[in-house]
Write a protein that binds this ligand. Structure first.
Ligand SMILES: Nc1nc2c(ncn2[C@@H]2O[C@H](COP(=O)(O)OP(=O)(O)O)[C@@H](O)[C@H]2O)c(=O)[nH]1
Ligand SMILES: [Mg+2]
Length: 383
């Protein structure tokens, strides 16, 4: 590093943007000059098949080539290559106000660690965003992120963001596609980065959009589901299993009158099924939690996941052995009394459904503990 370190990197991911890239680079250099900032314009060319990389270099950008296609892959490369103390990220399509670079840097200098633009703050040009993106895709996906991850920001997919370069390792970013945008916001929150969201203008695009609406929207949804094991697996699994075991225990001594009618062995069979399926969902949730944790998620939004991730596989093994033992004991008691009655008539569906549910749950939790252990070992190697 020379004696005069770079203050800012303006980072453009670029896939076939020859119609826009020249103006983008010129405007970025002008923004640096106007704000009197020592900086660089870095273009990560995503193996464009047009003249964008040559044009970008001719206009004074540093150009690096990333052969792995994808919005996230381009940014992952760019964030590794950036040399500035602060990094300002934005699309290479003329939509974002690069002239606000000075303002983003000012906020970062004042202590913000992550500055997120908000195109829905009233400054967007009327024809800047296609109707479906503006009124359907963006609000639904941003709303889902707010709900699932307890985030309060309005525009989760805004392409103009600023952050300190030394915050980047804290985020452990991994996503190669458009879901990178969601990952960054969720992980910034997890990492407790001091975040501010500021309204920014948004202009119509120059050149064709690279967005594949359905595929890219689905990638955001998949990301959110995979990283929300609490809501989608742990809680439903726990509720179902608890209800199943309550039914089993309530009907343990045979047909029982509850409120207005009598429930008998059919309900025991249902309870057994619920207990086993519930444990399966819960177990998958535990595995997902450990997977997400190993991918850098810290579950600021879910106390249950946070706890499960922290305690590891030991409580699972204890619960597994307890359930397996209780199930075996139940079966042994029934078979024992059957044998001692000289193999007489056997009528013991209630305890046997309970015993079977307990044994099945025990075996499942044993397998889950095993997987959790494997994930932990893989993480230890990666770390
Ligand atoms: N969608 C997409 N964009 C890429 C890729 N590689 C680089 N980019 C750049 O990422 C930015 C965002 O893409 P864009 O088409 O503007 O998406 P939109 O802003 O969501 O409509 C642009 O600067 C693209 O040139 C890629 O593989 N896919
Ligand atoms: Mg764009």
């Amino acid at each position: 590093m020379d004696g005069n370190p770079l203050k800012v990197t303006i980072l453009y991911p670029c896939l076939n943007e020859e119609a826009a890239i020249a103006d983008c680079v010129d405007a970025a250099l002008a923004a640096l000059r106007d704000a009197d900032l020592h900086g660089e314009v870095l273009v990560v060319d995503n193996a464009s098949t047009d003249a964008s990389p040559r044009i970008a270099a001719d206009h004074g950008a540093r150009v690096v080539t990333e052969h792995h296609r994808g919005y996230g892959n381009a940014y992952l490369r760019g964030l590794r290559e950036a040399r500035g103390e602060y990094v300002i990220m934005l699309d290479a399509d003329g939509t974002y106000p690069v002239e606000l670079t000075g303002e983003f840097v000012r906020l970062l200098e004042q202590g913000a660690e992550f500055v997120l633009g908000n195109r829905f703050g009233g400054l967007m040009q009327a024809d800047a965003m296609p109707f479906l993106n503006r009124y359907v895709g963006n609000p639904i996906l941003s709303g889902m992120t707010r709900l699932l991850f307890a985030v309060s920001y309005q525009d989760m997919h805004c392409g103009m963001r600023g952050l300190r370069r030394d915050s980047i390792p804290k985020l452990a970013l991994q996503s190669g596609g458009m879901e990178f945008a969601t990952e960054m916001v969720v992980k910034a929150l997890d990492a407790d980065l001091a975040t501010v969201e500021i309204p920014i203008p948004y202009r119509p695009r120059v050149g064709d959009s690279k967005l594949e609406r359905v595929r890219d929207a689905w990638r955001h949804v998949e990301y959110m589901i995979a990283f929300s094991p609490g809501l989608f697996l742990l809680v439903p699994g726990l509720c179902l299993a608890t209800l199943g075991y309550i039914i089993e225990l309530a009907l343990i001594s045979g047909p029982t009158r509850i409120l207005f009618r009598t429930f008998d062995v059919h309900a025991n069979v249902l309870g057994m099924g619920m207990a086993i399926v519930g444990t399966t969902l819960f177990g998958l949730g535990v595995v997902s939690t450990h997977y997400a944790g190993s991918m850098g998620m810290r579950f600021r939004h879910s106390a249950l996941s946070r706890w499960l991730y922290r305690v590891g596989d030991r409580p699972l093994r204890v619960a597994s052995l307890g359930m397996l033992g209780a199930g075996l004991l139940t079966w042994a008691t029934v078979v024992g009394s059957w044998v001692s009655s000289d193999f007489g008539v056997l009528s013991a569906v209630p305890p046997l459904t309970l015993g079977t549910a307990l044994m099945a749950s025990g075996v499942e939790l044993m397998a889950v503990a095993f997987l959790v252990n494997i994930i932990g070992r893989a993480r230890a190697i990666l770390d």
